[in-house]
Design a protein around this ligand. Structure first.
Ligand code: ADP
Length: 579
């Protein structure tokens, strides 16, 4: 359980000054807190023996006031440093998680569900943060402060009385240990139930249109209710255990009091301690309640923190499966991309999704990649984007194997326009400038023209400054595609990849965009995957994929002479467009 401190030791080492100040201040305050009860006892004795003079009373009041002021200042010191520390830890862990998420490849996201990752970044971080703040407080209070009180009771009042009043303590330690274990298990279960719920909520919110279209609201709500119920039950189980725990401690404290008062009164009668001592003793016993509870709280916080840090570490310890090479190669411009007998299978898939691909792409060429859905077009692009471990065979850029480059360098060459466009909840302009920083207004307008987007943007209420995405204006599928295209064009990348990115625009607009692309992309490499063959007709080379294999290749004219899939498909599409 205490291993959580070990797991966080890197952080405590980094902020050792802050924690030294906080813990020292806590210990000093613990010591100062011991003085007032003793003063009360002494005053009572002075009253009893008629020794209390005005001067003595003034002195006692002065000491009291002084102690209050000193404690105030020192309490500020520990409070600020300790809880400030836990906020720092939260910030640190959160940015660690975020940078980890950004590094991870698609495989990680297919293994870990978004809702679960979110739960780990919120709930679990809070539990860890509690450990570094409240955990330390309870640790000091349940050890140092408790020891101080016991020593004060024993040495300044009476050891027999102290030991007698502390008889319930070992029982308490036992209970704390037992409850702690159960709380840990139940808390872990509650956290996983919350993760599941989170995931479900996210999916429902995203898929709300489909849910409505299929009239699944009730079923969805029922499933949601079941999950909420589960989270509720699991948390209730934790709360129940905690609720059992606190009264048990209370009973033991009550027994302590009874012994203290009964045996103490007897000792006063026998003149072994004074009346003032008895009063001080009982105040000390009262002061022991918090440290005893603090043990419980400590166990609680530690168990939760430990469970949470394990959950977070489990995410952080997953290495991205595509890593930068130790000694990266460098080339300024990718002149030749060569696929030589390249085969690839997805980690969890059966068979090959790319099978023995041979393809050479020279700088400045336009390559068309066509084939049925699921034939492997996106998979081919993913090899260049390096989302998975390198494929079998040789994939080189300027004769250097692609995995010898850093991910940043290969990706910086590529402007990728995916099938599933992603727009952020920002203005159109911010979405456009996403990958390239600042651009002049002329550049932006020029690109809008190339992506046939000018009129669409002008029709928006605030033009380029219109908010789009989840919280803004909803653009049509075709408009979103063209914004993603414009975003990639603004980067003016060495290699532009259009992954069926014009599927939602009409034929005329597509023709317009293609004719602009041909002009814009002169001298640079463009890879186009498309359903509509008219989008690749102009390409220098067209390949037809089927089940991950290249079945036909050539220019449009050459392919039209072969009696293959291309010709057949082209004729069908031609007829359709005429109709
Ligand atoms: P296309 O882009 O031509 O429509 P894809 O490259 O997306 O085709 O898919 C090729 C094949 O790989 C399909 O059979 C698809 O089911 C499979 N596939 C795609 N992505 C994954 C993945 N992440 N894991 C396993 N199989 C995948």
């Amino acid at each position: 359980m205490f291993s959580v401190f070990n797991k966080l030791s890197w952080f405590f080492k980094e902020h050792w000054i802050r924690y030294s100040v906080a813990i020292t201040a806590l210990i000093i305050v613990s010591f100062i807190d011991l003085i007032p009860p003793k003063l009360v006892g002494m005053t009572i004795d002075a009253i009893q023996y008629n020794q209390l003079t005005a001067a003595r009373l003034t002195e006692i009041i002065m000491i009291f006031t002084g102690l209050i002021i000193i404690s105030y200042a020192i309490m500020f010191l520990w409070d600020y440093n300790l809880f400030g520390g836990s906020l720092l830890l939260e910030r640190k862990m959160r940015s660690n998680l975020m940078s980890h998420f950004l590094k991870m490849s698609p495989r990680f996201y297919s293994k870990n569900r978004t809702g679960d990752l979110m739960a780990r970044s919120t709930n679990d971080l809070k539990a860890i943060m509690m450990t570094a703040g409240f955990g330390i407080l309870t640790l000091v209070d349940s050890t140092v402060f408790m020891l101080f009180i016991i020593l004060m009771m024993g040495f300044t009042i009476s050891w027999p009385l102290t030991l007698a009043a502390l008889i319930p303590m070992p029982i308490m330690a036992f209970i704390v240990h037992k409850y702690g274990k159960v709380i840990h298990t139940r808390f872990t279960e509650a956290q996983s139930a919350f993760s599941e719920l989170n995931n479900y909520t996210l999916e429902s919110a995203r898929g709300v249109r489909v849910i409505r279209a299929f009239v699944q609201e009730k079923q969805d709500f029922d499933r949601f209710s079941n999950m909420t119920e589960k989270v509720f039950q699991k948390n209730k189980a934790v709360a129940k255990m905690e609720a059992f725990f606190e009264p048990s401690i209370n009973i033991l404290v009550g027994i302590s009091y009874t012994i203290g008062l009964g045996y103490g009164a007897l000792m006063v009668f026998e003149n072994r301690i004074s009346l003032g001592d008895l009063v001080s003793f009982n105040v000390y016993l009262g002061m022991l309640i918090w440290p005893m509870f603090a043990i419980g709280e400590l166990i609680n916080v530690m168990q939760r923190g430990n469970a949470s840090i394990d959950r977070v570490d489990k995410v952080l310890s997953q290495q991205p499966d595509v890593q930068n090479p130790a000694k990266p190669a460098y080339v300024a411009v990718p002149e030749v991309i060569d696929f030589n007998h390249v085969s690839f299978s997805y980690p969890e898939a059966v068979g090959k999704q790319l099978d023995n691909i041979d393809l050479t792409i020279h700088r400045g060429e336009t390559i068309g990649i066509v084939g049925k859905t699921g034939s492997g077009k996106t998979t081919l692009f993913k090899q260049l984007l390096r989302e998975y471990v390198p494929p079998k065979g040789k994939l080189t850029i300027n004769d250097v194997p692609i995995d010898r480059f850093t991910l940043e360098s290969t990706r910086s060459w590529i402007g990728y326009v995916p099938q599933e466009h992603v727009l952020f909840s920002k203005t159109v302009k911010e979405n456009l400038l996403f990958g390239c920083g600042e651009k002049s207004v002329e550049d932006i307008h020029h690109i809008l023209e190339s992506a046939s987007l000018k009129e669409d943007i002008e029709a928006l209420p605030k033009g380029l400054e219109t908010l789009v995405g989840e919280s803004g204006v909803t653009l049509s599928g075709g408009q979103k595609q063209r914004v993603s295209l414009a975003r990639a064009l603004l980067m003016d990348p060495e290699i532009l990849i259009l992954d069926d990115s014009l599927s939602a625009v009409d034929g005329k607009t597509e023709a317009n965009i293609i004719s602009h692309l041909r002009k814009e992309r002169q001298g640079k490499t463009t890879l186009i995957a498309a359903h509509r063959l008219s989008a690749v007709k102009h390409a220098d080379q067209i390949i037809v994929l089927e089940d991950g294999k290249i079945t036909e290749r050539g220019t449009h004219e050459q392919l039209m002479k072969q009696n293959g899939w291309y010709k057949e498909q082209f004729n069908i599409q031609q007829m359709e467009s005429e109709v």
